[in-house]
Design a protein around this ligand. Structure first.
Ligand SMILES: C[S@@+](CC[C@H](N)C(=O)[O-])C[C@H]1O[C@@H](n2cnc3c(N)ncnc32)[C@H](O)[C@@H]1O
Length: 268
């Protein structure tokens, strides 16, 4: 039986997180600033995974600021801790906790960030956002990021048929777990229902050229999908062959990832 989070962490997967964290820092610089991410800020990165975004945030808030990195997965926290150590970041701490009960103090942080976590928590979305709202001080902001997986696209279209099919199986698998991979569309509503006031709400396609060897999230979920009976060993073998074929392309496929960001402030 499959319960909980389904993406396994591998070196390639961590590299993908780091690449996406760099992209986020570039693409969302204005929105991060509008939410209050600046030198001296105290930021919580909830569902921090291997800490790729947490480390970027720690550099932005600097020695006078602090980043609380929280995840319920001890393996992710170990990787996050190691990453921070490797980069000499001493303004971070790491806590094991659920996104709806982080263990952080009420009204103790300036900004809470939650990236690509809601999609894995069907039915708990509002409870999570309500909890995050409780963590920010008056005037502080909650910043959410999630996607709309049914709008993923690849180019050239005819070469990407296998990726479209894999993505569809992945969406169905998550739907079976009660998860909503279109939750990116609901970020504004979740924040408003938590009693927060809109600061910024945007959507864009993040355009990625995945280097050879980099795999999309369904690959990291393959063992869980197999256990759930959502795919077979033969599907995995076919996916592997297709990924290896795509790795041989002279220029990588272009991947278009729908990305929604929304931040909202607690009234002062
Ligand atoms: C897709 S990863 C995103 C990691 C990071 N936020 C980023 O964007 O690079 C989702 C992470 O959220 C964590 N997660 C999922 N649901 C959670 C929950 N209810 N409480 C705490 N962590 C959760 C998983 O363990 C995983 O590390």
């Amino acid at each position: 039986m499959v319960t909980g989070y389904v993406l396994a962490l591998s070196d390639a997967e961590v590299a993908r997180y780091r690449m996406m964290a760099q992209r986020a820092a570039e693409d969302e610089a204005d929105q991060w600033a509008a939410a209050g991410i600046a030198a001296g800020a105290v930021v919580a990165d909830v569902g921090c995974g291997p800490g790729a975004v947490s480390a970027v945030l720690a550099k932005l808030v600097g020695p006078q600021g602090r980043v609380h990195a929280v995840d319920r997965d001890p393996q992710a926290l170990t990787l996050a801790r190691r990453g921070a150590q490797a980069e000499g970041l001493s303004n971070m701490d790491f806590g094991e906790g659920g996104a709806d009960r982080t263990g952080l103090e009420t009204e103790s942080v300036d900004v809470v960030m939650l990236r690509h976590v809601l999609a894995h928590n069907g039915g708990l979305e509002q409870a999570i956002v309500d909890h995050l709202a409780s963590l920010v001080r008056p005037g502080g902001a909650v910043y959410l990021v999630d996607s709309e997986a049914s709008a993923m696209r690849w180019y050239p279209v005819q070469e990407a048929a296998v990726l479209v099919a894999i993505n569809e199986r992945y969406r169905q698998f998550h739907a079976g777990l009660g998860n909503d991979l279109s939750v990116g569309l609901r970020l504004g509503e979740l924040l408003a229902r938590a009693g927060l006031e809109n600061v910024d709400h945007q959507g864009r396609y993040t355009i990625v050229h995945p280097p050879p060897g980099m795999r999309p999230p369904p690959w990291a979920a393959r063992e869980q999908m197999l256990t759930a009976g959502a795919i077979t060993d033969s599907d995995i073998a076919t996916w592997q062959t297709e990924f290896e074929r795509l790795d041989q392309r002279q220029t990588p496929l272009t991947m278009f990832v729908p990305t929604f960001t929304a931040s909202a402030r607690k009234p002062s």
